[in-house]
Ligand binder design. Structure first.
Ligand SMILES: Cc1cc2nc3c(=O)[nH]c(=O)nc-3n(C[C@H](O)[C@H](O)[C@H](O)COP(=O)(O)OP(=O)(O)OC[C@H]3O[C@@H](n4cnc5c(N)ncnc54)[C@H](O)[C@@H]3O)c2cc1C
Length: 415
């Protein structure tokens, strides 16, 4: 730790998609912005299936440069336990995610933000001037510490560091940590694809989760899963591979990984948005705020968008010289008005996983081949088919389960 105090308007903690975009938006608004990242490089290790929809890019005004795009894709194909396949067609991209994150960080740097790798935030103290909150004095490992910032944007992902270290009262941290699921994948070669992301809802291997094949360029693909059965993550993925056509294919380390086991992954928060996503001089974005989509657990779009709201709010609060929690509550209002109803989707997910494999497949067989344009009449038709074929199922909360698929679409921040 150095002796001199570094100062900035906004300190962004973490250089994932949420942090990178928060820094970019803050710097573009003329705020002096520092971004700190615990790791020695941005974007690695990758802990993502790497897909993002076209709708997300439009919503964020992102014009992806070619070098961050691995493959253009047409949407999601959901594969149910009996092999029934249904599509949710929506164009999108599979990224080289580490290059994507580096590109956003480079853009932030060009806009004036300073980036500090190997910097880990470990503590924060409130600064008061004339009896008013005036910012945070942040400390940690790295030469730039201590850092004094008017506003801190926590984009530290599932670590949610500020929620743990900030204590509004002596007894309790800002937020209690929720549940997480584990995700793991392999890169494979010569994987057949028609340009859809294959999502397998096969609870036998992925408890309350799913497995995927996410195609990339040159025949590469991510083959992986998320599951609530964390101790069995790798074993379950290996078992799934051993009984599918993936068994014949070669597993390799991804290009950014030099040594060790080829498997890579991470954890994903699944308890929904945290209770407190703002506080005096503090806003939480992305996974650090618990923003992930409940059914397929995508989080990049939500992280990138919440970063925009946090930067807008920071700029306005700093301009008005009011950094209070009351002023920053605008941020929580903005995301609440925009993001889809988490509880409703979660109810749908739970209803889906209450079904047996056989019931899930029977429901899927009633869906049209393209689930994307079911509309009201389409859903009514599915309901009628179910009533006719499986009256017992009709009354088993099938409607919320169906709605969960609808809400997993890109326009609802599903991917
Ligand atoms: C296996 C898997 C597959 C996934 N697939 C997809 C997908 O295909 N599409 C999708 O949209 N989402 C996917 N997700 C979720 C997605 O990866 C996250 O939602 C997204 O990365 C969240 O971005 P973020 O910026 O909030 O956090 P992160 O990307 O996690 O970035 C947080 C950063 O903060 C840094 N950090 C942590 N603590 C500190 C500290 N104390 N000081 C400084 N820096 C710190 C970390 O090193 C990290 O770089 C997947 C997740 C997993 C685990």
């Amino acid at each position: 730790m150095g002796d001199a105090v570094s100062t900035c308007d906004v300190l962004v903690v973490g250089a994932g998609p949420g942090g990178g975009n928060a820094a970019l938006q803050c710097a573009r608004k003329g705020l002096s912005t520092m971004i700190i990242e615990d790791h020695p490089a941005i974007g690695t290790p990758v802990h993502c299936g790497e897909c993002i929809s076209e709708i997300a890019c439009e919503n964020l005004n992102l014009e992806l440069p070619e070098h961050v795009i691995s493959l253009r894709v047409h949407g999601i194909r959901v594969i149910f336990p009996d092999g029934t396949e249904k599509c949710l067609t929506e164009e999108g991209y599979v990224l080289e995610k580490h290059l994507f994150e580096r590109w956003i960080a480079d853009e932030a740097s060009e806009a004036g933000a300073s980036i500090h790798l190997n910097h880990k935030l470990t503590s924060m103290e409130k600064v008061e001037e004339n009896g008013r909150f005036a910012g945070w004095l942040c400390d940690g490992k790295g030469d730039e510490f201590p850092i004094r910032a008017k506003v801190v944007i926590d984009a530290s992902g599932v670590a949610a560091v500020c929620s743990k270290i900030v204590r509004p009262t002596d007894e309790k941290p800002l937020n209690e940590m929720g549940k997480v699921v584990a995700g793991m994948q392999y890169e494979m070669l010569e994987v057949p694809t028609d340009g859809y992301l294959d999502f397998y809802i096969w609870p036998k291997y992925a408890e309350k989760g799913y497995l995927w094949m996410i195609p990339k360029c040159d025949g590469r693909a991510n083959v992986g899963l998320v599951t609530e059965d964390r101790p069995r993550t790798k074993k379950a993925l290996d078992e799934f591979i051993s009984i599918t056509h993936f068994k014949e294919l070669k597993q390799v380390s991804p290009p950014w990984k030099e040594k060790g086991n080829p498997a890579f992954g991470g954890t994903i928060p699944i308890s929904g948005p945290f209770d407190n996503t703002h506080y005096d001089g503090l806003m939480l974005v992305g996974d650090a705020a618990g923003f992930t989509s409940p059914l397929f657990e995508g989080g990049s779009h939500l992280a990138l968008k919440s970063a925009v709201y946090a930067a807008d709010t920071a700029a306005a609060a700093i301009a008005e010289d009011d950094l209070s929690a009351q002023r920053l509550s605008v941020y929580s209002r903005l995301w609440k008005d925009e993001f889809p109803p988490y509880d409703k989707i979660l109810r749908g997910k739970n209803a889906l996983f209450d079904l047996s494999d056989d019931e899930m497949s029977a429901m899927a067989r009633c869906f049209p081949d393209e689930m994307g344009d079911m509309g009201v009449s389409g859903k009514a038709m599915v309901g009628l088919k179910l009533l006719f074929r499986r009256p017992g199922l009709y009354f088993k909360k099938i409607v919320p389960a169906m709605l969960a698929f609808g809400y997993s679409r890109a326009r609802y921040y599903g991917w």
